[in-house]
Design a binder for this molecule. Structure first.
Ligand SMILES: [Zn+2]
Length: 321
C-alpha cells in the first residue's frame, strides 16, 4: 500500500489485514487531498486480492485488476450526486446489500465524502453500520470529522490522516506526469508551500495561480485604489478562501524573509527582484504583521465577507508603516 506521507495510517491498515480483524466500519479522516481515498482504495484492493502479500494487494490477480479498473462487482461507491448524499442514496445502497454478492470476495462500500451525508442519510446508515451484512466493510472518507454525527463516528474505527510536509507535497507534484513540463520548479515549490500539506490542494493552487503572484507583488508595491477594489471584487463569493490566499501568502512570506535579510527558503525565486523592491516599503515587523493578518484570513469561516476583508487588508496595509 503506497500512500506517501501516511505511514502511520498505512501501518494500522496493514495490521488489520495481518490479524484478519478488519472492522466493519472504518472512518478515514483528515484534510482534503492528502490520500485518504487512495488509501481506502488500496485497502479494498488488498481485501479483494487472492495473493495478498505483507504490503497489501498484489496488483496483478484478477480481483486486483478488476478493482483497479473500477469494475469489481463487490465494490460499491456512494457519493453525492449534487451537494449532499441523500437518504435515498443510502436506501439504494441498503437494497443492493440485501442481495447476494456477485463474487465470493468480501464486499466493500466506499462513502465519500461521508461528511456530506444529510442527517437523515446518516441516521439511515446507522443501522447498516451497527449490523453490516456478513463480509461487508464500510469505508467512510471525511474531510471534516466534526460534520459527522457522533453516532456515526462512534461506530467506526478511526484512521487519522495528517497533512504532509511542503517537501513531500513538492516531491509528489513533481512526480505527476505532465506537471514538471507545464510548471516551473519554483511555481511547484510555491504551490506546495501554501497547500496546507495537501497535494490535492497544491494541484488546484497551481492551476489557479497563473498571474496571481505578479498581481500581488504589484498590489503590495504601490497603493492603487482602483486595482485594490478590482482585486477585492474578484474575491466576492470565492468558494475556497485558502485557494485565493495562496498567492498573497507566498508573496508576503517571501518579502518578510527578504526584509529580515535572509534569502533562504524563498519560494518565488523568479520574482526576487520585484520582491526585494517591495520589501523596502515596510519594516520586517510590518511585513510579519501583514503575513499574520493574511494567515488569520485563512481561518475565516466560509460565509465571511471576503471582498470587504481583502479590501480592508490592502488599504490598511498601505496606510500603516
Ligand atoms: Zn491481487
Amino acid at each position: 500500500m503506497d500512500v506517501r506521507g501516511q505511514d502511520r495510517a498505512v501501518a494500522l491498515l496493514l495490521r488489520y489485514l495481518e490479524t484478519g480483524n478488519v472492522p466493519p466500519g472504518l472512518l478515514f479522516f483528515g484534510e482534503e487531498g492528502i490520500g485518504k481515498e487512495m488509501a481506502a482504495s488500496a485497502f479494498v484492493s488488498a481485501l479483494f486480492c487472492r495473493n495478498r502479500g505483507t504490503a497489501g494487494g498484489c496488483g496483478t490477480c484478477h480481483d486486483c485488476r478488476l478493482h483497479a479498473s473500477g469494475s469489481h462487482p463487490n465494490f460499491l461507491r456512494v457519493s453525492p450526486e449534487k451537494q449532499n448524499i441523500l437518504i435515498d442514496d443510502i436506501r439504494a445502497l441498503q437494497d443492493e446489500l440485501s442481495l447476494k454478492a456477485f463474487s465470493d470476495r468480501p464486499r466493500a462500500v466506499l462513502i465519500a465524502p461521508a461528511d456530506r451525508m444529510t442527517i437523515q442519510a446518516a441516521n439511515a446508515l446507522l443501522k447498516t453500520l451497527e449490523e453490516p451484512p456478513p463480509g461487508t466493510h464500510l469505508f467512510l472518507v471525511a474531510h471534516r470529522i466534526s460534520r459527522l454525527p457522533p453516532t456515526i463516528v462512534s461506530r467506526c474505527q478511526k484512521i487519522s490522516f495528517s497533512p504532509l510536509t511542503p517537501g513531500e507535497v513538492e516531491e509528489i507534484l513533481a512526480g505527476i506526469p505532465g506537471i514538471g513540463s507545464r510548471y516551473r520548479p519554483e511555481e511547484i515549490r510555491g504551490a506546495a508551500a501554501c497547500s496546507g500539506g495537501s497535494p490535492g490542494r497544491a494541484l488546484e493552487v497551481l492551476e489557479e495561480a497563473g498571474g496571481e503572484r505578479e498581481k500581488w507583488v504589484q498590489l503590495l508595491s504601490s497603493p492603487d485604489p482602483a486595482a485594490i477594489t478590482e482585486t477585492a471584487a474578484s474575491w466576492k463569493g470565492a468558494a475556497d478562501l485558502s485557494r485565493k490566499l495562496a498567492a498573497p501568502l507566498s508573496v508576503v512570506r517571501d518579502i518578510a524573509l527578504l526584509s529580515s535579510g535572509t534569502e533562504m527558503g524563498i519560494i518565488n525565486e523568479d520574482l526576487k527582484t520585484a520582491l526585494r523592491a517591495a520589501a523596502g516599503r515596510k519594516t520586517p515587523e510590518g511585513w510579519g504583521r501583514a503575513f499574520k493578518a493574511l494567515l488569520s484570513m485563512s481561518r475565516m469561516p466560509p460565509q465571511a465577507q471576503k471582498q470587504l476583508m481583502v479590501e480592508a487588508f490592502l488599504f490598511e496595509f498601505h496606510r500603516k508603516g
